[in-house]
Design a protein around this ligand. Structure first.
Ligand code: ADP
Length: 443
């Protein structure tokens, strides 16, 4: 066997080995940067002439090439490089889509002559010396018409340089790398599409549920109004009053639901303004309790505030909304009636209001997402209680805008207590308007 044949054989064997290794690496379940890193190590190990190498990917958003993996370069330093389109060897190979074999130092120098000094300085720092390679081989990374970047291999010390016969092999490796980049990017795009679809589906579901919930009181209003308008029926006064009362109640329900939907959007965009002023919470609470008591004779609402309860600094309309939402739930979710107690407690720097019912209760798992938008406990009995799942998130938005806290305790079958705290003072003395914001669970 001649020396030449021997060299060729061992070279073929090495190429085949490198190809197998790179292909094996590319099938590993790694993230793209780790994958390219592993490929570069395999490649430079297998190819004696490739003493240094870097994979430069084109980044559309910055309009620059970004080093993704490197051997013989400090990748962290290389990332400071801002190689533009058409610049240096990488830019040219990417632009014309053809590999470049630079067999002499002069050819390398010529193709790198337009590299901006700042980039050249970064390159020198990344390899520890300002020395251009003796030879280089740069091949485009592309799949069909889709171009991703350039694989650049450099010979630094070896007396032998890359030759034309090295090209098919390196191009095959580059094609494998390009396929991996393509696959990873497709996966990212697919993920984004899946996320967008999921968000779309969720939005449609929410819209469908909200529309359905709004239609329930509307249907009742329409039904009673139509009944009252029937000319052939002469309703007794008592019946007329009852129907009008039901219409009035359902209008209140509708109003509350629409207010919650609007306020929830305002909270999401940070536009719910709190206007603090001195508030007598016991009196305000009693007003709401009386109003709600008129709606039910199954429940008995008790208000219990200590006599020395302080005047607090808060937005009375917004606090009314919070208490109404919580009290409304206390009645809705205790279908058999019972006692509902609203209690006030004074602490050194804040006040706490609790609203307890003897209703169906909430399980520990359902207490966790209780204040998330659109969350509603699935009723095991299938009995449907109208609601939007926005009452508590809106209450939380309002309370947090008062720098307070809201929380719940419950036992299934025994009842629920909702608590909220608000500081006694401090809101009015601040000049900035208070904006509620709801970061959790936005759609
Ligand atoms: P909804 O409009 O559904 O009442 P909320 O945000 O006010 O929306 O409440 C969310 C869910 O929390 C309700 O659907 C209900 O399942 C549960 N919940 C709230 N308050 C109570 C309560 N007092 N007792 C039992 N379950 C409650």
């Amino acid at each position: 066997m001649s020396v030449l044949t021997g060299r060729k054989l061992s070279r073929r064997t090495r190429e085949l080995h490198a190809l197998t290794e790179v292909a094996k690496t590319l099938t590993a379940q790694l993230t793209l940067p780790d994958l390219l890193d592993a490929v570069m190590s395999t490649l430079t190990d297998a190819l004696d002439l490739a003493e240094r190498g870097v994979i430069m990917l084109w980044d559309q958003s910055s309009g620059l090439f970004r080093p993704e993996a490197a051997v013989g370069f400090d990748l962290t330093i290389m990332r400071e490089m801002g190689l533009r389109a058409g610049e240096s060897i990488t830019g040219k190979v990417y632009d014309d889509g053809h590999p470049r074999l630079l067999a002499t130092a002069q050819e390398v120098e010529q193709d790198m002559a337009d590299m901006r000094p700042a980039n050249r300085a970064v390159r020198a720092r990344a390899i520890g010396v300002d020395l251009l390679p003796r030879g280089a081989l740069a091949v485009p990374l592309r799949v069909g018409e889709r171009r991703f970047g350039v694989l650049m291999l450099e010979t630094v010390h070896q007396p032998v340089r890359f030759a034309a016969e090295d090209l098919p092999f390196v191009q095959t490796l580059a094609d494998l790398i390009a396929l991996a980049v393509d696959r990873a990017r497709l996966e990212i795009e697919m993920e984004a599409i899946r996320d967008a679809r999921q968000a779309d589906r969720l939005r449609s579901e929410v819209m469908a549920t909200l529309s359905h919930e709004l239609r329930t009181p509307l249907a009742a209003i329409k039904g009673y109004a139509t009944a009252l308008l029937l000319e052939e029926v002469n309703w007794p006064d008592e019946k007329r009053r009852e129907f009008l009362q039901l219409i009035d109640d359902e209008c209140d329900n509708l109003q509350r639901m629409i207010a919650d939907i609007l306020d929830s959007s305002m909270i999401d965009v940070g536009q719910l303004v709190i206007e603090p002023q001195p508030v007598r919470l016991p009196r305000l609470t009693r007003e709401i309790a009386e109003e709600m008591q008129r709606r039910t004779d199954k429940h008995h609402i008790v208000v219990d505030f200590p006599p020395d309860f302080p005047i607090i600094d808060a937005d009375p309309l917004r606090l009314k909304q919070v208490i109404r939402n919580i009290l409304d739930n206390a009645l809705k979710y205790s279908p058999h009636g019972g006692l509902v107690v609203i209690r006030g407690e004074v602490r050194p720097s804040d006040v706490v209001v609790s609203i307890s019912d003897q209703g169906v209760g909430i399980s520990p798992e359902d207490l966790i997402p209780l204040f998330e938008k659109y969350f509603r406990v699935k009723s095991p009995t299938g009995y449907h209680v109208p609601g939007t799942g926005l009452g508590l998130p809106v209450a939380r938005g309002i309370i947090e805008a008062h720098r307070g806290r809201i929380w719940a305790e419950s036992k299934v079958g025994q009842g629920t207590t909702l608590y909220f705290s608000v500081p006694c003072t401090g809101l009015s003395s601040d000049s900035a308007p208070y904006l509620a914001s709801n970061e959790a669970g936005q759609l």
